[in-house]
Write a protein of this length. Structure first.
Length: 371
């Protein structure tokens, strides 16, 4: 009788293990089907000045976190390739240098799509993005990081829109003429946490011009006062292209609940970023920690205002999502937590495409000649 009981217990234990394995396989299969079906867009991928040259071939550079091969392998359909220029002292000479560096990165992104026309195309509108995706091509968007690149010249924005820019981060690390940064830099003359008390008078003009041109106002990296002012002023939805939430982990770059509510009221989107130092203490942040931030934002402001970014090439990357090739792991964790395909479609790209369309609509109504 005891032998029979042991065999029964062993059989029950084996069946439970098999059932758990089967359930895990079912979840993964469902996640793979969803991942293949939805339009996945990462809203922040930094590039080097040597991008799309012999120094950095974007198809297959082994050490790069984002390449065309890795995007394809990981089921990442599109990405915002970033025209980033770092901060320096605010002088006419440095403004000219920053603009030249920005144009070099615009050229590099255009060069990439010319090098691989069968694999990737540049989208300057949401409709173009959907058309490229339907044709089976990867999609490149362009974002600008750091309004410092325009100096004090508002007219530069029209030129950048003509180059394909779809968002611009108003400020980076260090205050500029547009507004205050969440992370001031004393080496560039910042004398305290505030210079303008948020958005400057010039910054207000910049927000209005970005709206007019259909370029999304990006409020990542900015101070809370700058974010609140820009979000209130913008007539089109804003984007936090790569940010975190302070309700999960407090960091100068993470947005608090008041900011999240302002973002929701504006109709904008926060793209939660897989940057380990914005997620938790230590260096072991993983996909689960990342999705904790998505969970928090969804509960606070709703599924229509939340998205995904990596900051690959700019310090981003976590255990489980350290390159574009591992993008499926994000979808898998979302499925494990009960998100539907409709939810995941919105988070991975649908919400960004929606606000791009709204920005385009506002620009058309305002009579912009940039398109």
């Amino acid at each position: 009788m005891k032998k029979y009981s042991r065999l029964t217990a062993l059989f029950a234990f084996s069946m439970a293990g098999w059932s758990a394995l089967q359930a895990a396989e079912d979840i993964e299969a469902r996640a793979r089907a969803i991942h293949e079906h939805v339009f996945t867009i990462d809203t922040h991928d930094d590039i080097e000045l040597g991008f799309a040259t012999s120094e950095f071939m974007p198809a297959d550079k082994a050490e790069a976190q984002v390449t065309l091969d890795k995007m394809k392998a990981g089921g990442l359909d599109g990405g915002f390739f970033i025209v980033y220029v770092g901060q320096s002292a605010r002088t006419p000479e440095n403004y000219l240098k920053a603009r030249a560096d920005a144009l070099a990165k615009f050229d590099a992104i255009h060069r990439m799509v010319k090098l691989y026309p069968e694999r990737i195309g540049l989208a300057t509108t949401a409709a173009e993005a959907r058309k490229l995706h339907a044709a089976g091509k990867l999609v490149a968007f362009i974002g600008i990081e750091n309004g410092y690149v325009i100096g004090k010249d508002l007219s530069v924005l029209k030129d950048f829109r003509a180059q394909g820019a779809r968002y611009m981060t108003l400020v980076h690390n260090g205050h500029n003429d547009i507004g205050d940064s969440a992370q001031p830099r004393t080496e560039f003359g910042d004398k305290g946490p505030e210079e303008h008390g948020g958005l400057s008078a010039f910054g207000e003009q910049v927000v209005a011009e970005l709206n007019r041109l259909g370029i999304l106002v990006d409020i990542s990296h900015v101070s809370k006062q700058t974010m609140m002012a820009a979000t209130k002023l913008s007539k089109a939805p804003v984007i936090a292209s790569h940010s975190g939430v302070a309700g999960v982990y407090v960091h100068a770059r993470n947005m608090d609940d008041e900011q999240l509510q302002a973002l929701k009221q504006n109709g904008g989107v926060i793209q939660l970023v897989a940057f380990k130092t914005y997620l938790k203490d230590g260096n072991d942040a993983n996909v689960s920690n990342f999705i904790d931030q998505i969970d928090y934002a969804v509960k606070k402001i709703g599924i229509d205002h939340v998205g995904i970014s990596s900051d690959f090439g700019g310090g981003g990357g976590i255990i489980g999502w350290n390159s574009a090739a591992e993008s499926f792991n994000v979808t898998l964790e979302l499925v494990k937590r009960g998100y539907s395909e409709q939810d995941i479609s919105k988070i991975w790209g649908g919400n960004v495409l929606r606000i791009l369309e709204q920005a385009e609509k506002f620009a058309a109504q305002s009579g912009s000649k940039a398109h």
